[in-house]
Design a protein around this ligand. Structure first.
Ligand code: ATP
Length: 328
């Protein structure tokens, strides 16, 4: 028989993403709705180790659904990777009468939560918050949709200047291991080519494609490059390569960087965060532990943390084909 949960804690960990505040709000309000107490933990696992807690009620989370970042702050904690660090975290939670923990973060944060559960038999539930959309068990992670909109907005602006000057732009977007942002934003922004980590198209194909675009009368070209692209050259080397090997191009580079993580969450992310927070709290109250909540086939579903951590998301091959056809 699982222990009755009377008080839970929520924290945000790892890289921040838009929608984390909306998820905190949802966890706090779902707790209030079910008459259980809720504690916010500052700076992720660091705050757990230091006992940096704040009692929260439904009113503490007013006015944050539209805010980017995380009011609880986020951190990466070396100490939580040690048994001693996790023991301190456990002792603090016992002292504060906390019975369960909701972790909003990426796969690293979930790994920490799972280890913590295995050591102390402490109920944990994950909410996937990362813009990369690289977690198995949900079609959308929190922040992915907002980041896509930010990137598309940036591409549209770059297109204005690219076409005014007949320029070729290489635009780097986030995605060290996965190309979900690059592929989706590339299609939405009308990119001529999209380079992603899952596929190495090779330099030749890139050159052919750019030449074809020019012959077909295009006045500007935008190539979206995911950070982890495997073509073997970084974005500045790609520019140099085109400068050296292709005539008549005025090539520019734009690295979008951390702006992709910021901003007010989209409607989609706010709704997703609200649903995920409710599902996380109610699943813990039902006695479930070691799961991540996610969106699958339009429904809130649970995926074992172990599976979410170990799995690798796949790129949608249909999108790749659509992108090829659209760049005709
Ligand atoms: P992002 O997707 O933005 O990288 P993340 O959650 O994967 O987010 P990480 O930096 O990998 O971010 O992990 C966040 C924190 O989780 C770490 O700083 C650490 O405290 C904890 N953590 C990660 N892996 C482990 C582990 N093997 N054991 C204990 N704690 C861990």
């Amino acid at each position: 028989m699982p222990k009755t949960i009377k008080k839970l804690a929520v924290l945000t960990s790892g890289g921040d993403s838009p929608g984390m505040n909306a998820a905190i709000r949802s966890v706090v309000r779902a707790s209030a709705y079910h008459n259980i107490e809720c504690v916010g933990v500052y700076r992720g696992y660091e705050g757990l180790i230091e006992g940096d807690f704040k009692e929260m009620n439904a009113r503490s989370v007013r006015g944050i659904i539209n805010k980017g970042g995380t009011i609880l702050k986020s951190a990466r904690s070396k100490e939580f990777r040690t048994k001693e660090g996790r023991q301190k975290a456990f002792d603090n939670m016992v002292e504060a009468n906390i019975d369960a923990l909701v972790v909003i973060g990426g796969d690293g944060s979930f790994t920490g939560a799972l280890i913590f559960n295995q050591e102390f038999d402490f109920p944990v539930m994950g909410i996937p918050g990362t813009i990369d959309n690289d977690i198995v068990g949900t079609t959308h992670t929190l922040g992915f949709d907002t980041a896509l909109n930010t990137v598309v907005d940036a591409i549209d602006k770059i297109r204005d200047t690219a076409s005014s000057h007949n320029r070729l732009f290489f635009v780097e977007v986030m995605g060290r291991d996965v190309g979900h942002i690059a592929l989706n934003a590339g299609i939405a922004g009308g990119a001529e080519e999209i380079l992603i980590p899952e596929e190495n198209l090779g330099l030749e194909r890139l050159v052919d494609s750019l030449n074809r675009s020019r012959k077909s009368g295009k006045t500007s070209s935008i190539v979206i490059v995911a950070e982890g692209d495997k073509i073997g050259k970084n974005i500045f080397q790609l520019k140099d390569y085109v400068d050296e090997n292709m005539e008549g191009y005025d090539v520019r580079v734009s690295v979008l960087g951390h702006m992709q993580r910021g901003g007010s969450p989209s409607c989609f992310d706010r709704v997703l965060a609200s649903r995920m927070g409710v599902k996380a709290v109610e699943s813990l109250l039902e006695g479930k532990t070691n799961y991540m909540v996610g969106l699958l086939n339009s429904k809130m579903e649970l995926t074992p943390l172990e599976k979410a951590i170990k799995g690798k998301t796949k790129i949608n091959l249909e999108l790749l084909r659509v992108s090829d056809i659209m760049s005709t």
